[in-house]
Design a protein around this ligand. Structure first.
Ligand SMILES: Nc1ncnc2c1ncn2[C@@H]1O[C@H](COP(=O)(O)OP(=O)(O)O)[C@@H](O)[C@H]1O
Ligand SMILES: [Mg+2]
Length: 257
């Protein structure tokens, strides 16, 4: 199963990605959780202890390694390899905790006219490799992304089994969901779903559902004060039983697709 999570900033992508990772891990699956949000903090949401957080280096920040892989440093003409070998990166830079392997992609720059700098090429290749790979290291891939999914590319997008857009009560979040869904469709994603988050009253859900016409809602997560508190205290979200139970229901829905 390959799941990508997107949506407006603050809607709850990281919270859902972390909770889904937990749900699959407690089921005995090998989970690879990838932070592909430039403003990422998935590892903390996954409760990684500080000594492991200190070990995480975003792939995009490893300039020397990127140069070696893309051959940029040798080539004064400015050309570089478009298909660098990325097959060793997960083993080298993945960090394991609680049966979840974590990998941080770092920032994918959005240069005007589609920036093709070597770091972006490497990240694109890595994303594609992780999605295409039918490998021994993972059963489930969960990718926490931002709302800009353009860099994903067609080959990569078609490998995503479920593309989840997280929506919180508010028309701005609905708008983001609609644009993300359109982008996803344009690049060839098959299954786009919505998860409504931070729902306080039934009418909030109803308004969202009617505004999101046409988009399939996979489930919803109520507003949860403990999540605000956990974030305030710099704690992860995984010991929140309510959230895990709600996410288990979302996972069951995912299994039906
Ligand atoms: N169901 C919820 N109820 C209350 N607060 C939530 C809920 N889901 C997420 N949050 C809080 O909203 C903020 C943004 O969540 P986060 O998952 O980091 O969003 P994103 O990754 O989309 O930017 C965090 O403080 C988080 O604790
Ligand atoms: Mg986030």
């Amino acid at each position: 199963m390959r799941i990508a999570v997107s949506g407006k900033g603050g809607a709850g992508k990281t919270t859902l990605s972390a909770a889904l990772s937990r749900c699959y891990a407690v089921d005995g699956m090998r989970v690879l959780a990838v932070d592909a949000d430039p403003d990422g903090n998935l590892a903390s949401a996954l409760d990684f202890p500080q000594e492991l957080l200190d070990k995480i280096i975003p792939i995009s920040g490893m300039k020397r390694m990127i140069e070696e892989k893309t051959g940029r440093e040798k080539d004064v003409s400015g050309f570089f390899r478009l298909n660098p070998d990325v097959s060793d990166l997960l083993d080298r830079f993945g960090v394991m905790f609680n049966n979840i392997c974590f990998l941080s992609m770092g920032t994918i720059e959005k240069g005007a006219g589609g920036c093709m700098c070597s770091a972006n090429v490497l990240l694109k290749n890595l994303m594609q490799h992780l999605l295409l790979d039918k490998d021994k290291n993972k059963d489930v891939l969960i990718m926490d992304m931002d709302a800009g999914i353009e860099h994903m590319g067609r080959a990569t997008a078609s490998c995503v089994d479920a593309f989840i857009v997280v929506v919180e009560p508010g028309q701005r979040s609905v708008q983001t969901a609609k644009s993300v869904e359109k982008l996803a469709r344009d690049i060839g994603v098959k299954n786009t779903f919505v998860v409504c988050n931070k729902i306080r009253f039934p009418n909030e859900y109803e308004i969202l559902a009617s505004s999101l016409h046409g988009l399939k809602i996979l489930g919803s997560i109520p507003y949860n004060n403990y999540l605000i508190e956990a974030d305030l205290m710099g704690k992860g979200v995984l010991d929140n039983q309510k959230l895990i139970e709600e996410t288990m229901r979302i996972k069951e829905e995912l299994e039906k697709i």
